[in-house]
Design a protein around this ligand. Structure first.
Ligand code: FMN
Length: 221
């Protein structure tokens, strides 16, 4: 796949089919993940692949609890504001993330990603993004989630027998499967207003009014 296509169309694809992800694809994704940079090439990462229904069921319960906590605290006011303003994009994201919580066990594959000596995640997120890009190249939809690491780290560590006492911390859980929907360019605010030339606040002398990678016609079918 063309690099720009992967960069522009790797987005949160939460709704996936239950069909298993072939082992060759899992290997490809993980081998791409560990090509990512890390400070001093420290490579302090561990990935746990989760496919077993029993394990998914225990993690799914924890995920739903974490989701409820998030929606009832951090996102509460923002959700209410978005609802009052009729913000359709915010409503779509909420519906989609709720789908993932409600269908956690139906997602065929989850990657639980651990790191240590990496409080801000700077060493692990490049690897997570490589994992997701490699998935995109294989037609696998992924979604990066962090709520379990924020709200249920100890409970997850107990399920997965993680040696937390040695400093391993859950930074991400990435869902993976074949998407039910279509791929498309990630919708973002335009780039030029948030780039400055030489000093803070000085506009750049250019604009980008449309995404610079253009979807082939087949995307619309
Ligand atoms: C640091 C981080 C944490 C995220 N955590 C969650 C999460 O816990 N649950 C979830 O459903 N999506 C999560 N997401 C996905 C974002 O909601 C998603 O990337 C964003 O809405 C853009 O969606 P799009 O790429 O489909 O346009 C997370 C993304 C990032 C980068």
């Amino acid at each position: 796949m063309d690099l720009s296509e992967a960069l522009y169309t790797t987005r949160a694809m939460r709704r996936v089919k239950p069909d298993p992800v072939p082992e060759a694809v899992v290997r490809q994704m993980l081998d791409a993940a560990i090509r990512a940079p890390s400070g001093g090439n420290s490579q302090t990462w561990r990935f746990i692949t989760i496919t077993e229904p029993g394990v998914k069921s225990r993690l799914g319960d924890l995920y739903r609890q974490a989701f409820a906590t998030l929606q009832g605290t951090v996102y509460k006011e923002a959700n209410e504001r978005a609802r009052a303003a009729g913000d359709e994009q915010a409503a779509r994201i909420l519906r989609s993330s709720r789908w993932l919580a409600d269908h956690f066990e139906e997602v065929p594959l989850w990657f639980f990603v651990y790191t240590r000596n990496d409080p801000d995640g700077a060493n692990i997120f490049p690897a997570v993004w490589n994992l997701m890009l490699a998935g995109r190249g294989c037609g696998i939809g992924t979604c990066l989630t962090t709520i379990l690491g924020h709200f249920k780290p100890a409970e997850v560590a107990a399920v997965l027998e993680v040696p937390s006492e040695r400093g391993w911390e859950l930074k991400a859980a990435v869902s993976a499967g074949y998407p039910t929907g279509r791929w498309g360019t990630a919708k973002r605010n335009p780039v030029h207003p948030i780039v400055y030339a030489e000093s803070w606040g000085t506009p750049v002398p250019w604009t980008v009014d449309e995404p610079m990678w253009v979807e082939p016609e087949a995307y619309g079918t």
